[in-house]
Write a protein that binds this ligand. Structure first.
Ligand code: NAD
Length: 443
């Protein structure tokens, strides 16, 4: 099947690479010519396990190519996927300018029937806007061409994107057209062999399903963080509580890990956008607003703990920071808790010595050269001369730390763990003052 994908970011690249890998003929189009040139050379601009190998393999096999030539790309595929960004507008609603720009591009160049597949996360009603935009542009050209618009939201997680795309729990398609159903079945047939993972529904329900999924996951995180903060005040250990509630199959163990708040390019913006939509239809989104407010407060927890540990005076202190990415196995720092912490530390006059296995380059791109930031090449280098250690991301490599090295290297023996990586008793036994999230000892 010939497939065109607009946008070569996380979603577009993974979609393009995976669809080519199962034998489809794929062209990916992006407006960023440097990115396109690098990708045609097999260089992948994001860190996503397994992605580079699949892209190189399919470039060599001739099933995948990257271009900035929109006319050629529109001509190529029956399916025209839209996988461009939908960043938050000033009021929290999703900014649809990139999605609608692609819709206009498709309508400007199409010469025959196309299925426009919206994979970007977009508010309910966007397919209708895309439809109107394509119709208008076609009318300007005096062209009467048939087309369909469907919704196919993406549920992949950064860091496990290939696995999620290839073996995800479900593939949601919103459409009321048999022709689209048939085309989407053909597209996803290789992923749906053992049992039918395709869930067809109307377009509005599909658009809402994506927001509902992310809002549910964000709610689980804010819920456990709320209970963790309570546990801290009550002298209980959230890790026992988590195990205790997760064992109930109605609750389950997934996504109830306490921490320093959720980040990334999706949860914060999608919770905000859904809340915005709710306001627009006159339904005050009480739960969603609480989820967001709890998360913002949680991102301040590590700084608040540090402030207490140093009696409110962090000026001139050097803080070792392990973990810059918003979660492990990615170099993505969008809305990462590490960024909120660094901003507060800098405002308080402290220096940061940071280490992350993958996000060093991204951190450099975001902040550049600064006197109050050193990016260290090794985990333990970040500890040298530091007054305290803070952990923001649960990279596996941080779990295997020798506590005696920590004790020896840190100027004061303070460890603030935003991801509950260690057993409090063992780390305290090594002479360190250890503060985690919701584990009894409050600071
Ligand atoms: P991204 O910012 O990583 O990539 C977007 C790409 O689109 C960029 O390369 C940009 O240059 C390109 N682009 C912009 N305008 C274009 C145009 N007119 N034509 C062609 N290319 C254009 O975005 P992303 O993280 O891949 O997210 C894309 C969408 O998918 C968003 O709506 C997001 O919410 C959703 N989503 C993201 C994830 C995730 O984990 N990142 C998961 C599920 C859904």
């Amino acid at each position: 099947m010939r497939i065109t994908i607009f946008g070569s970011g996380y979603v577009g690249l993974v979609t393009g690479a995976c669809l080519a890998d199962v034998g489809h003929d794929v062209i990916c189009v992006d407006i960023d010519s440097d990115k396109v040139a690098a990708l045609n050379d097999g260089q992948v601009p994001i860190h996503e396990p397994g992605l580079e190998t699949i892209i190189r393999h399919n470039l060599e096999a001739g099933r995948l190519r990257f271009t900035t030539d929109a006319a050629r790309a529109v001509e190529f595929g029956l399916l025209q996927f839209i996988a461009v960004g939908t960043p938050p507008d000033e009021d929290g609603s999703a900014d649809l300018q990139y999605v609608l720009q692609v819709a206009r591009t498709i309508a400007t160049h199409m010469q025959e029937y196309k299925v426009i597949v919206d994979k970007s996360t977009v508010p309910v009603g966007t397919a209708e806007k895309v439809n109107a935009c394509v119709s208008e542009t076609l009318a300007e050209r005096d062209a009467t061409l048939a087309f369909d618009v469907c919704s196919n939201p993406e549920f992949l997680k950064e860091g496990a994107a290939i696995e999620d795309f290839s073996r995800g729990a479900r593939i949601v398609v919103g459409t009321d057209s048999d022709r689209v159903r048939q085309a989407m079945r053909e597209c996803y047939a290789p992923y749906s062999r053992l049992h039918d993972k395709l869930i067809f529904m109307d377009v509005r329900s599909a658009e809402l399903t994506k927001y509902a999924a992310n809002a549910m996951l964000a709610t689980k995180i804010s819920f456990i963080n709320e209970i963790a903060n309570l546990a801290e005040k009550l002298g209980a250990d959230i890790e026992h509580v988590r195990h205790g509630i997760g064992s109930d199959p109605r609750i389950g163990h997934h996504f109830i890990y306490p921490g320093c708040g959720y980040g990334g390019s999706c949860f914060p913006k999608d919770v905000q956008a859904l809340a915005r939509t709710a306001h627009e239809v006159g339904h005050p989104p009480q739960l969603l607003e609480a989820v967001e407010a709890i998360n913002l407060r949680q991102k301040d927890q590590l700084f608040a703990k540090l402030e207490s540990a140093f009696d409110g005076d962090l000026a001139g202190k050097t803080i070792a920071l392990w973990g810059l990415a918003f979660k492990p196995n990615t170099d993505d720092m969008r809305e990462a808790p590490s960024r909120a912490l660094m901003a507060s530390l800098w405002a308080a006059g402290a220096r940061v010595q940071a280490f992350d296995p993958e996000a060093q380059d991204e951190c450099w791109r975001l902040y550049g050269e600064r006197d109050d930031l050193s990016l260290c090449k090794r985990r333990d280098e970040a500890l040298e001369g530091a007054d305290a250690l803070v952990i923001c991301t649960e990279w596996k490599a941080f779990r295997t730390v020798d506590f005696s090295v920590l004790k020896k290297t840190l100027a004061s023996p303070i460890v603030i763990d935003g991801r509950n990586l260690f057993e409090p008793a063992s780390i305290k036994q090594a002479g360190l003052d250890y503060y985690a999230i919701g584990r009894g000892d409050s600071l």
